[in-house]
Design a protein around this ligand. Structure first.
Ligand SMILES: [Zn+2]
Ligand SMILES: [Zn+2]
Length: 172
């Protein structure tokens, strides 16, 4: 059965002995119940972010940047020190992708002159969930669509819609 491991949050095929092939932890029915508050959400590069943690819906005091290099499938999760700066960079790259033209290139060069065309998605997290968030891998990476899918708190999709509606995260 394809399931999401509650320990490492990977999407895995649970082994016959009931353990996770990714982290080796046992997946019990109680564990599976803990996942009931979660859902899978696609997040676009450069999207407006809510001010809440994507794992527990608490105040989003931190941010994690998920980066995929253009040539690889390996996802790197790093501390996004400045959410505003990271978002500007991601937006510029998204503009380059959408326009493919001078405007995008211009914006891109203003923010980051390096020719890095990797995919970056930023997610807000809290202090408590930060390390878990950093070890979390996207359940799916769609390079062509400039998006990644993550296991998130069930309220996060609604928060994302709200953030888009208000044109940005509070404090941006
Ligand atoms: Zn696991
Ligand atoms: Zn949290």
């Amino acid at each position: 059965m394809l399931s999401v491991c509650p320990h490492c949050l990977s999407r895995v095929l649970v082994k016959a002995d009931g353990t996770c092939p990714s982290c080796g932890s046992a997946i019990t029915p109680e564990d599976a119940a803990r996942l009931e508050g979660f859902t899978i959400q696609q997040v676009d590069e450069g999207t407006a972010l809510p001010g809440t943690c994507f794992l527990c819906d608490g105040p989003g005091t931190r941010a994690v940047r998920y980066h995929v290099a253009p040539n690889g499938s390996k996802v790197e999760a790093t501390d996004a020190h400045s959410r505003a700066k990271e978002r500007k960079r991601a937006l510029a790259k998204f503009a380059l992708f959408v326009t493919g033209g001078i405007f995008g290139r211009m914006m891109f060069s203003l923010v980051d002159p390096r020719k890095d065309s990797g995919l970056d998605v930023i997610l807000p997290a809290c202090d408590r969930c930060f390390s878990r968030a950093r070890s979390l891998k996207p359940v799916d990476v769609n390079y062509g669509n400039r998006s990644m899918a993550f296991l998130v708190h069930r309220d996060f999709p609604r928060r994302l819609v709200e953030a888009r509606g208000s044109g940005g995260a509070p404090g941006d």
